[in-house]
Design a protein around this ligand. Structure first.
Ligand code: SAH
Length: 253
């Protein structure tokens, strides 16, 4: 078998948290290793606090909450911002891009993994950014392809993610507008950047039974969270709450 050149580590994936399992009962071992930033071992408690707040805000997906408890968000932002890593705020990650606030990440992942079929398949992420959401995705699905158009961020994500050794996560440098046909069909597709429309290539690369979650401009002229399910009958589209994501852009830089 050809070894994927983009795999970033060798640690096997953690077993999926059972859907419907009460989040309070989820026990996750903190990832061991050197501590970045000023957090030390205290970061687990701060993260538990973040997860409690997410639950209070209505996030109920046990798997998503478990992943957010496990993945150390402070490792994905600059040291100077690490003390804000567990606040419900978006943060700059360089090159004019931002990491979405935890509530938005949790909401999108809850939508993406609402259906069991997505957990078991391949997922495509457009917009790796700092790699935080990619790390969460890797705990929630079998295989993840994450693509980023800015070389500087692709490199940064690779560096941030090295620590986590996620063997099922493949980082790609390139334009995600045409999707990534080699990994298709995908059970799930998620974008962290929003354009005027959702590229047809993405829905083409979605498996029947799969789901896409992305921000896009709707008829209202505003950006909304859009969910598209691919069914045997065709595409079913739902437009949800208004959101504000960085623009989806063509080409690489
Ligand atoms: N999920 C990311 C959020 C990053 S912000 C995180 O956890 O950090 C959105 C990212 O989408 C930016 O890094 C931006 O460069 C990227 N992006 C925008 N258009 C893109 C495209 N056509 N292909 C790939 N990445 C794109």
């Amino acid at each position: 078998m050809k070894k994927p050149t983009t795999a970033i580590g060798l640690r096997p994936i953690a077993p999926l948290a059972a859907k419907g399992q009460p989040a309070g009962g989820v026990k996750i071992q903190p990832v061991q290793g050197r501590e970045a930033s000023g957090f030390g071992t205290g970061s687990q408690a701060v993260r538990a606090d973040m997860v409690r707040k997410l639950e209070a805000q209505g996030i109920a997906h046990a798997g998503v909450l478990a992943a957010m408890l496990a993945i150390e968000r402070h490792r994905f932002v600059d040291t100077a911002l690490a003390n804000q890593a567990y606040e419900d705020t978006s943060l700059p990650i360089g090159l004019g891009q931002t990491i979405s606030k935890p509530n938005v990440v949790a909401r999108m992942l809850s939508l993406l993994f609402e259906r069991e079929s997505v957990n078991l398949g391949r997922v495509l992420e457009i917009g790796t950014g700092c790699g935080y959401q990619a790390a969460l995705l890797s705990r929630l699905s079998r295989e993840v392809y994450s693509i980023e158009r800015l070389r500087g961020l692709h490199d940064k994500a690779r560096e941030n993610l090295r620590f986590f050794r996620l063997a099922n996560l493949h980082l790609l440098f390139g334009d995600g507008m045409p999707g990534f046909a080699k990994g298709a069909p995908y059970s799930g597709i998620i974008a962290a950047a929003g354009g005027e429309a959702i590229p047809e290539a993405w829905t083409d690369q979605l498996a029947v039974g799969g789901r896409l979650v992305a921000p896009a401009v709707t008829a209202s002229g505003q950006q909304h969270l859009v969910v598209i399910d691919k069914t045997a009958r065709g595409l079913e589209r739902k437009e949800l709450e208004p959101v504000l994501f960085v623009p989806l852009k063509s080409g690489i830089a």
